[in-house]
Design a protein. Structure first.
Ligand SMILES: C[S@@+](CC[C@H](N)C(=O)[O-])C[C@H]1O[C@@H](n2cnc3c(N)ncnc32)[C@H](O)[C@@H]1O
Length: 318
């Protein structure tokens, strides 16, 4: 049993689903931020997406991490505090722990119950590792709990979650990481690359329909948590690569004209009107390195698979 496992709740009180839904659906271009996907069911569905054959990023990223764990540890050095925002099931970090030998691991996530169970499992499997699981909204802050030891830090941000941000938000997030890791800090980040559109479109439209269920789960969450009565059949999943913007877009499309009454707020959706639920920007290595350099990171090394489908970058602070 690991004796050092602590839980910290820094979830901001501003994180109201009702507010996000009413504000987002009152806009001319309706949208709800992707962080609202992740209730317990959303976290489970994301794990299932990672097992779909069409969704190539996790397998390739894991293979890059495990093949290069030794070199990553040599370049970064042992004994860092390892911080992982959006850790989810904390699966990928397991590929690095034995090599990196961090002094502590700080998994962070918005989905607290899921995070607690992932952190408990990890802590049992790595009894030598102090684990300080922290519930946060990483778009607001990256608070490192006081119990975390001093020493150089490494922030691990796999899964191409950086792609969910608009360019301005990506700059803000990288600058927040810069502050959170501080002097001698390093960043290990997985980023999906630009590629053949068929591969991208298939990845977000898996045949088993799991990504569609993940997207539709947002509606189920709205129905359950806000107590609103509407049929899920009135919406359908739509995901496609927008080549001009260099991003996958995910939408929930209204299949008919409908009115939603959200606790006193009336929202009208036209037939075929869409609610934009996620972007996933793709970056060529040059584009990503420029983005990172603009935020005072310096590339140390990056690794890709032979088909250049995914890239993992190790960066240090200027
Ligand atoms: C796409 S999944 C990636 C999970 C994991 N990092 C991986 O690479 O497999 C995104 C994760 O980030 C979490 N997440 C999404 N938005 C968040 C936010 N604003 N603050 C904290 N966690 C968030 C989700 O709950 C989920 O676990």
């Amino acid at each position: 049993m690991n004796t050092t496992l602590t839980f910290h709740n820094h979830k901001p009180e501003t994180l109201s689903l009702q507010e996000a839904v009413v504000t987002g659906l009152s806009k001319a271009k309706k949208a709800i931020a992707p962080k609202f996907f992740y209730d317990q069911r959303g976290s489970e569905l994301f794990d299932q997406i990672c097992n779909q054959p069409e969704y190539y990023p996790p397998t390739i990223e894991q293979s890059i991490l495990s093949s290069n764990a030794d070199e990553i540890a040599n370049l970064a050095g042992e004994g860092r505090v390892l911080v992982e925002p959006g850790a989810g099931s904390a699966a990928k970090v397991r590929l690095l722990l034995n090599n990196l030998q961090p002094s502590a691991y700080v998994p962070m996530d918005i989905s607290f119950d899921h995070l607690k169970s992932a952190a408990t499992d990890l802590s049992n499997d790595y009894p030598w590792l102090p684990v300080h699981a922290t519930c946060v909204d990483f778009t607001h802050s990256l608070p490192i709990p006081d119990v975390v030891p001093n020493g150089p830090r490494m922030l691990f941000f796999p899964g191409s979650s950086i792609g969910n941000f608009e360019r301005k938000e990506a700059n803000e997030f990288l600058s927040m990481i810069h502050d959170a890791i501080g002097k001698n800090g390093m960043l290990l980040i997985g980023v999906d690359t630009k590629k053949n559109e068929d591969i991208l479109n298939a990845a977000y439209n898996d045949e088993a329909g799991v990504t569609a269920e993940f997207n539709m789960n947002l509606l189920l969450r709205i129905k359950k948590e806000l107590g609103i009565d509407f049929s899920l059949d009135n919406f359908k999943h739509n995901a496609y690569y927008n080549s001009d913007a260099g991003r996958i877009e995910m939408h929930l499309v209204s299949t008919r004209k409908q009115t939603l009454n959200i606790n006193g707020h009336t929202i009208i959706l036209d037939k075929d009107e869409s609610v934009h639920t996620e972007n996933s920007y793709k970056y060529s290595p040059d584009e990503f390195i420029t983005l990172a350099e603009n935020n005072n990171f310096e590339p140390v090394k990056f690794w890709t698979d032979t088909d250049n489908l995914f890239a993992v970058y190790l960066m240090k602070i200027h």
